[in-house]
Ligand binder design. Structure first.
Ligand code: FAD
Length: 538
């Protein structure tokens, strides 16, 4: 039987596979997603989602639905603290509230939602836009050549195997990625350093929590290190345990080994600081704390995303967010290449852009693990802690899909509070007026390239549609001026983008600045045409 063909095969239908599917579906890319589980997440797992992730969801119209579902699960905007036990008086604050200091940086907020709450939203959104998801179906093997990837998939429970041919394969198949292994891609970084457990339990903690709004509670108890998250009702939650202390005082970082129900109850009671509280253990998940990233995120037609590409300890809540950022970086490139508007070499920029950022984020998660959880770990080459908003919003991409960042100072991150507007950085959130309606600048981006010009840059805007027509793409353009198509009442955009006069930028579909001209060119049409051809690898 002849193999069925799809442009993209996505392997793994958890957070990152589903995010990839949402973004591909939104851009009209036909694809098949296979997931070996029978449905979406049954355990809460990742819950803290950062503004950049929410901006991605906003770009496909999912922000309100995610916020509403999040409010069902958690009182939002709680503190992140460290205690000896929940009952102890003393609390050390990492954040007084979860959005402390970042409210102005984005049209979105950081929020808490479990994967149980989030994944069905992603699944429905993608499926409503034509995505095909096959659950209880696993990738068995694949081969690739110059023409594409030929994969063997199999339904569970002894079902039939099937051959699928795709132009590209996105491996969002998690930390033990079969795709990564079959490509022979090794891991860089620090490896694993603890075998941990997450204990899902029920207990009436309302009196212990009181009227405190606590999002994440790190527990630094003489007998255990870990962290709590509580449900909105205060009668259930989980305790993730990183390590325990043995009777001889030594630290046991292999807590997953002998974790029976009695021990789970004892640990939860210790961490709560309430020795007699009734605790009912519902589930125990074992996982490994590790800090590593794939040596390559791409092997020809196969791309690694999410935990398949990088693993990090949960300190900082960066893991899932970094995976969504991978999906965001890759999806528009796949859309343009499979749609024929960009050359395949555009896809080679995925590894160049995402791997350094992921490696930095892994190191930052490790630094937080050492400083917040386990100071006994090696501090060799420990990266100094960097500012959270810069990690979340300030990724700097350097690749051939970022043109001429002549003023590049080599900084690994941009500070979103003082954006540089340099090619390779996220175009900032600024409120502007369009057709009498106030929108975020970010709302202009998502599927197409966009030209933004300063007040004196009308010639750029005149040139853009013609360039778009020549290239067969949509290329909208806006002049930011009191009489322009974007009115900048606060005078902030020009400064933030560095185009206050007659300069211009081209912003990529992912909201990253791809090219910039400080002043008007002699021949704006030829200049934009040349920049766009380079950005599209044409
Ligand atoms: C205790 C804890 C708390 C965390 N908290 C946060 C947080 O607050 N914020 C955050 O951003 N991150 C957090 N993380 C990290 C986050 O959970 C992960 O980074 C994220 O879930 C990774 O998603 P993924 O889709 O890449 O991989 P996974 O969730 O591992 O999904 C991979 C999927 O691929 C499927 N699969 C595997 N092989 C195949 C195959 N051959 N064929 C078909 N399907 C296959 C699997 O069944 C699975 O569903 C936390 C992690 C832990 C352990």
């Amino acid at each position: 039987m002849e193999a069925r063909h799809v442009p993209v095969l996505v392997v793994g239908g958890s957070l990152v596979g589903l995010s990839t599917s949402v973004l591909l579906a939104d851009q009209g890319v036909p694809h098949l997603l296979v997931e070996s589980h029978r449905g979406t997440a049954i355990h809460p797992r990742a819950a803290s989602f950062h503004q950049r992730t929410m901006e991605v969801f906003r770009s496909v119209g999912l922000q309100a639905a995610v916020e509403a579902a999040a409010d069902e699960e958690f009182v939002q905007n709680g503190a992140i603290v460290s205690v000896e036990s929940l009952a102890a008086e003393k609390m050390t604050y990492f954040f007084r509230h979860f959005n402390e200091g970042v409210e102005e940086l984005s049209p979105t907020s950081r929020l808490f939602i479990t994967q149980i709450g989030l994944e069905p939203l992603l699944r429905s959104h993608a499926q409503e836009r034509g995505a095909e998801h096959r659950y209880a179906t696993e990738l068995v093997s694949f081969e690739q050549d110059g023409d594409g990837v030929t994969s063997v998939i199999r339904t569970r429970d002894g079902g039939a195997t099937e051959t699928v041919h795709s132009d590209y394969l996105v491996a969002a198949d998690g930390a033990h990625s079969l795709a990564r292994e079959q490509c022979g891609i090794g891991l860089d970084g620090r490896g694993s350093f603890a075998d941990c457990v997450t204990i899902y339990f029920r207990a009436d903690m309302r009196a212990l929590i009181g009227d405190r709004n606590l999002s994440v509670v790190y527990v630094n108890h003489p007998e255990l290190l870990g962290f709590f998250r509580f449900s909105i009702t205060g009668d259930s939650g989980f305790l993730a345990v990183f390590s325990t202390t043995e009777p001889d005082g030594s630290r046991d970082t292999h807590v997953a080994e002998d974790m029976d129900a009695d021990r789970c109850v004892a640990l939860v009671r210790k961490a709560l600081g309430s020795p007699d509280i009734a605790v009912q253990v519902e589930n125990v998940q074992r996982w490994t704390a590790a800090a590593a990233w794939a040596a390559h995120f791409q092997d020809r037609r196969v791309f690694l995303a999410g935990d398949a590409a990088h693993v990090m300890p949960p300190t900082g809540g960066f893991g899932g967010n970094t995976g969504v950022a991978d999906a965001h970086n890759l999806a528009w490139k796949l859309a343009m290449v499979t749609g024929g508007t960009a050359g395949p070499a555009l896809l080679d920029t995925y590894d160049a852009e995402r791997r350094p950022v992921a490696a930095l984020t892994v190191e930052q998660a490790y630094t937080r693990y050492v400083l917040r959880v386990d100071p006994s770990l090696s501090r060799e080459g420990l990266a100094p802690p960097m500012d959270d908003p810069s990690i979340e919003l300030g990724a700097v991409y350097r690749s051939d899909a970022v043109l001429e960042p002549t003023d590049d100072d080599g900084a690994p991150l941009d500070d979103p509070r003082t954006p540089t507007g340099r090619p390779g950085t996220r175009a900032p959130h600024v409120l502007v007026e369009r057709d009498g309606v106030t929108v975020s600048l970010l709302d202009l981006f998502g599927r197409d390239f966009v030209v933004l010009a300063g007040p004196g840059g009308q010639a750029w805007c005149d040139a853009a549609p013609a360039v778009g027509a020549d290239l067969g793409i949509r290329l909208d353009a806006h002049r930011i001026a009191a009489d322009g198509t974007l009115i900048d009442r606060e005078g902030a955009v020009g400064a933030a983008l560095g185009i206050s006069g007659d300069g211009a930028v081209v912003v990529r579909p992912d909201g990253v600045i791809g090219w910039k001209a400080d002043v008007l060119a002699d021949d704006p049409r030829a200049t934009v045409d040349q920049a766009m051809r380079r950005l599209l690898f044409r």
